[in-house]
Write a protein that binds this ligand. Structure first.
Ligand SMILES: Cc1cc2nc3c(=O)[nH]c(=O)nc-3n(C[C@H](O)[C@H](O)[C@H](O)COP(=O)(O)OP(=O)(O)OC[C@H]3O[C@@H](n4cnc5c(N)ncnc54)[C@H](O)[C@@H]3O)c2cc1C
Ligand SMILES: *[C@@H]1O[C@H](CO)[C@@H](O)[C@H](O)[C@H]1NC(C)=O
Ligand SMILES: *[C@@H]1O[C@H](CO)[C@@H](O)[C@H](O)[C@H]1NC(C)=O
Ligand SMILES: *[C@@H]1O[C@H](CO)[C@@H](O)[C@H](O)[C@H]1NC(C)=O
Length: 530
């Protein structure tokens, strides 16, 4: 009780003191087990993200030692007479400032800073071999979850392409990769959550218990609660992966094959485990980003294949296996490939340990970092496009708006809507199959304006405008809008439910204001200022 009072008091003083100098001793009164910092280095790192497009400095940063710390801070924000908001920050890999706030405190959920401060790590992953799940702290990175479950020969089923993302960060969106057609997105693979709501209550939730909160939080863009713990479904971990890429010049053939592959159900042996694909408009950068693939070991040169309209499509598939089954993997893959219509002799194959496959993008990250090409602005655009309009999208965007330079990889792969739980907050197109199109570009200052941020941002606008003009009902994934009217349109039929859930779980609009969906209920001028 006393510590709660002190916390509230300190925060109120903190708010009053904003604009003046903050007295560090105020923050010692907080009564949390973790640490509150307003060290410029901490505030600075909480004010940036991977997108590199926005900055917003919080009043302070909390490094929590437990879920109780998170609850204590949110409760004091909820009860505070002055009002301030609270943004959970995982690994800060958002594009548009979604984990930032100017009017409150950032809770740094991920990272080793807390440990360096001498704080204990909130909770290490705990595996249940018997029930095949792992309980993890909301700020845990997927790479660390993988490492701990592999010790038991187990692994989560559904992934993102890149593993240096937090549990809370991906579950607030969906978490998709080439396994989603089969297992659904990551949010379809969570048994239970522990959440701090916008009222500061610490609650467990699942399909059975507090189910409204559970479904609200999954894909909920951080609007309803802070995920402090998640129970993630596991499977027996494969030991190795056969990783294959094949090329197409005909978009119709390419998508027919992708859709065929994601329609395969039934026994493990009769389907691939991962289905993705990408568009090759610009040979240079694709090699730069994620390809040790087109290496001298693979004799086919992309440039030797005549592309129709200058655009090639690469289907990327994998088959997992155990070393004890290494004898049959060749035949299984061969049988599946026979059903596909790629360009003859355009097959690239490699074979590697499961963890190396899952962690593949990190290798690309290290290469880009070495060239100073990682910490650059990233005007990314991710869209879910309904299957019925993907041909139109190809003509208008890949063969149209993009021209011959994309400034980064363009992923495209289909998913089955029946693997997505409609009760969750995330919005997808109203068709049984839809594609994700991910334009993952990096802006560079090379003197050539077509590499620049302004040019790429303008292209993003053109693409969105094209969809609008053509009546392509695409939905943004990792959505970013600046007005509530656009959010209402984004959620469509789900808006009423989304805003009702907001009233119930975060009535003061304290949480994740960086998403800019709801106006803070206090200090609206400041809230609208960025
Ligand atoms: C290189 C790269 C590759 C990516 N690849 C994929 C991919 O393959 N598939 C895919 O689906 N996505 C991918 N993403 C997108 C990524 O999943 C999202 O940007 C995700 O939000 C990042 O997680 P984070 O921990 O960095 O979140 P942050 O940027 O820290 O936060 C994102 C949002 O979630 C909220 N939030 C953070 N933690 C919590 C929590 N514990 N509880 C509640 N809300 C919280 C924040 O307030 C914020 O609104 C990729 C991003 C990058 C940069
Ligand atoms: C692409 O393939 C489709 C279906 O097989 C075919 O109808 C079409 O003519 C092909 N397009 C080109 C440009 O070859
Ligand atoms: C790319 O397009 C530009 C103009 O649209 C053109 O000048 C250039 O030659 C093209 N480059 C290649 C490699 O096709
Ligand atoms: C989705 O599409 C189906 C069939 O096309 C239609 O009956 C239904 O009303 C649509 N649902 C929404 C939410 O738009």
């Amino acid at each position: 009780m006393a510590s709660k009072f002190l916390l509230t008091l300190a925060i109120c003083r903190l708010i009053v003191a904003v604009g003046l100098t903050l007295d560090p001793t105020e923050l010692l009164l907080l009564g949390v087990e973790g640490q509150v910092s307003h060290d410029p280095a901490d505030v600075g790192s909480a004010s940036r993200d991977f997108g590199g497009l926005k900055t917003a400095e919080p009043l302070a940063v909390l490094y929590p030692a437990s879920a109780d710390d998170v609850a204590r801070l949110v409760k004091s924000a909820y009860e505070s007479a002055y009002g301030f908001d609270v943004s959970a920050r995982g690994h800060g890999h958002s594009i548009n400032g979604q984990a930032m706030t100017r009017n409150g405190v950032v809770i740094q959920m991920s990272g080793s800073k807390g440990t360096r401060l001498g704080l204990r790590k909130p909770e290490p992953p705990r595996v249940s071999e018997k029930f095949m799940y792992v309980d993890v702290w909301g700020g845990e990175l997927w790479i660390d979850v993988l490492r701990s479950t592999l010790e038991y020969g187990l692994a989560p089923k559904s992934w993102t392409d890149y593993l240096y993302l937090s549990i809370g960060g991906t579950l607030s969106n969906a978490g998709i990769s080439g396994q989603a057609f089969n297992h659904g997105p990551q949010i379809s693979n969570v048994y239970e959550l522990e959440v701090v709501t916008g009222k500061g209550e610490l609650l467990r939730c699942s399909k059975e218990q507090n189910s409204e909160l559970y479904h609200a939080v999954l894909g909920g863009l951080g609007q309803f609660g802070i995920i402090t713990k998640a129970r993630i479904a596991l499977e027996k971990a494969p030991q190795r992966v056969r990783w294959i890429r094949v090329l197409y010049s005909n978009f119709t053939t390419f998508t027919q094959d992708q859709e065929y592959l994601i329609s395969l159900q039934g026994r493990q042996a009769q389907k691939f485990d991962y289905v993705e694909g990408f568009v090759i408009v610009d040979e240079g950068l694709i090699n730069n980003w994620r390809s040790s693939f087109f290496s001298p070991r693979n004799p086919v040169k992309i440039s030797s294949i005549k592309a129709d309209g200058g655009v090639l499509y690469c289907l990327e598939i994998t088959k997992n296996y155990q070393e004890s089954n290494a004898g049959t993997i060749d035949q299984e893959v061969e049988a599946l490939l026979k059903k596909l219509n790629f360009i003859p002799a355009s097959e690239f194959t490699t074979d590697l340990p499961y963890i190396d496959f899952l962690d593949r993008v990190h290798k690309a990250e290290l290469k880009l970092r070495a060239k100073n090409l990682w910490d650059v602005p990233h005007p990314w655009l991710n869209l879910f496009v309904p299957k019925s309009r993907i041909e139109d999208f190809d003509k208008g965007v890949f063969k149209g708006i993009l021209g011959n330079r994309t400034s980064g990889p363009i992923l495209i792969y289909p998913m089955n809507k029946n693997k997505w739980d409609e009760k969750n907050s995330v919005v997808t197109p109203n068709e049984s199959v839809f594609y994700v199109v991910a334009l993952l570009r990096s802006a560079l200052e090379t003197g050539d304006e077509t590499h620049g941020l302004e040019y790429l941002s303008h292209q993003n606008h053109q693409i969105l405008q094209f969809c609008k003009d053509e009546g392509i009902n695409a939905k943004q994934y990792l959505p970013h809008y600046t007005t509530q009217q656009e959010w209402v349109h984004h959620f469509g039929d789900k808006w009423t439910q989304f805003s009702t859930r907001k009233m119930e779980f975060d009535p003061r609009h304290i949480l994740a204001t960086g998403q800019r969906i709801f106006t803070p209920s206090f200090n609206p001028n400041k809230g609208a200022s960025w």
